[in-house]
Design a protein around this ligand. Structure first.
Ligand SMILES: Cc1cc2nc3c(=O)[nH]c(=O)nc-3n(C[C@H](O)[C@H](O)[C@H](O)COP(=O)(O)OP(=O)(O)OC[C@H]3O[C@@H](n4cnc5c(N)ncnc54)[C@H](O)[C@@H]3O)c2cc1C
Length: 406
């Protein structure tokens, strides 16, 4: 077996173009965006998207026949982690959550008509979308508990229920919605079905934007009352909602990791830069062992993050089972991200706590990574189950630790 993460000269050229594009066309505009409101802000945002399209840096995660860059997952890891060095980078390249996961889902599960009607405009950047699964009344960690309910009435499905934390709902022109359609399925996982909901629709009531520790930035609470969905808008088959959600989350989780690596690397870059420029008790911070340990721990963790993400991406590209590797990467990268930003804030002192650097904002954003798209403990539960099963099946845990030849 050979694992070689060297990029071909063509892909290396793409990576450098993304890096340059983010540094020269996105980063400088982000500061300008802060001062803009309404139409002016939207105009500026879409102007950056036009530039990305013109530069051939559009939809890195989609196949060429759908207007994308046709990159494999390993190549994508390199591009996503360059893009996420600016907070609007992934959005400008049209590979941001939740649209990116919805694109994969529609491409895999959509009928030809659904692809033309919903996927095509999403890829062209004309519309946005959201994914509606989580409910306030039941644990989002266990989708078999979903209460939002749909029953068939002729050519339509009628839905009632309650969702929250639906990112992007206020800007979306359609939602992928998970609802319970089966009352006594053979397996609890076969109770839910996916639907595409045109937005706005009567019966889909956006009641508030949830205020979070990073502000009110587009996570909506939705009350669904007698919402009618045409039968043709079922996504996948009846009872396939759980599989659809799991399929969506695999690559989407890894894409999150790719973006988090960019943020962790920025935090480490800033930690080192600050330690080389701050003097205390006779030497620079960089010369103090206590600070060197913070830097060393962060460098080692970031190295592990990169290897885990690249290896999981490699397994997806090779068509191998990647479930455990993505789970382990998601857990490890999310926790490393939180630790590395925290250490960087520590080395910056009061400056790190202020909003004069991006660290405070990055820290607020990073916190959700430990429970959204699978809480730490759920990933640990699954990783442990697979490790125990490997021992029972093979008398060795080797296959549960990346199945590497070591
Ligand atoms: C910024 C943000 C954006 C989001 N965007 C979306 C979106 O677009 N669409 C959407 O549908 N949802 C979205 N969510 C919701 C997210 O998917 C859920 O928060 C997540 O699935 C966890 O569900 P929950 O919040 O109900 O937590 P719960 O399931 O109630 O879990 C709470 C905690 O309990 C513990 N726990 C739960 N189960 C177990 C177990 N079996 N063993 C041990 N411990 C356990 C864990 O510590 C977990 O963190 C978003 C959340 C955030 C914060």
């Amino acid at each position: 077996m050979s694992i070689d993460f060297t990029l071909s000269p063509e892909v290396e050229a793409i990576r450098l173009r993304v890096r340059d594009f983010i540094a020269t066309s996105v980063k400088p505009n982000e500061a300008k965006l802060e001062g803009l409101q309404g139409r002016e802000r939207i105009k500026q945002l879409f102007a950056m998207r036009d530039e990305a399209k013109a530069a051939g840096l559009w939809l890195p995660h989609m196949p060429k026949e759908w207007g994308g860059m046709g990159l494999g997952h390993v190549e994508l890891a390199m591009v996503q982690s360059e893009a996420a060095r600016a907070s609007f980078g992934p959005w400008v390249l049209n590979c941001q959550a939740p649209d990116e996961g919805n694109m994969h889902t529609l491409l895999h599960w959509g009928t030809d008509e659904q692809k033309e009607k919903y996927l095509r405009p999403l890829l062209e950047g004309k519309v946005m979308s959201c994914f509606a699964m989580t409910e306030p009344e039941v644990a989002g960690s266990d989708p078999t508990l979903i209460r939002t309910h749909a029953y068939q009435d002729g050519d339509e499905w009628v839905v009632n229920g309650h969702k929250w934390f639906i990112s992007n709902a206020r800007r979306a022109s359609f939602a992928i919605l998970l609802a319970r359609t089966e009352e006594s399925p053979d397996l609890p996982q076969a109770a839910n079905t996916g639907f595409i909901v045109d937005l706005p629709s009567e019966g889909w009531n956006r009641v508030r934007e949830v205020e979070t520790m990073h502000g009110s930035t587009g996570h909506s609470e939705i009350v669904i009352e007698d919402l009618r969905i045409p039968a043709a808008n079922m996504l996948g088959g009846r009872g396939q909602g759980h599989r659809l959600g799991q399929y969506r989350l695999g690559p989407a989780r890894l894409a999150h990791c790719m973006r988090w690596i960019a943020q962790a690397e920025m935090a480490l870059d800033m930690m080192v830069d600050r330690s080389l420029n701050r003097f205390s008790h006779g030497s620079l911070l960089a010369e103090k062992q206590g600070i060197q340990w913070l830097i060393a721990d962060s460098a080692m963790e970031l190295y592990q993050c990169k290897l885990m993400v690249l290896h999981a991406a490699y397994k997806i590209d090779k068509g191998q089972d990647f479930t455990s590797e993505v789970s382990m990467a998601k857990h490890f990268v999310a926790n490393s991200l939180n630790r590395i930003i925290d250490r960087s804030i520590q080395v910056h002192g009061a400056l790190g706590y202020s909003t004069d650097t991006p660290l405070a904002h990055m820290f607020q954003q990073a916190r959700w990574s430990r429970f959204a798209d699978g809480a730490d403990e759920i990933h640990q539960m699954r990783i442990a189950q697979r490790t125990i099963a490997a021992w029972k099946d093979h008398g060795s845990t080797r296959s549960a630790t990346g199945d590497l030849p070591l």
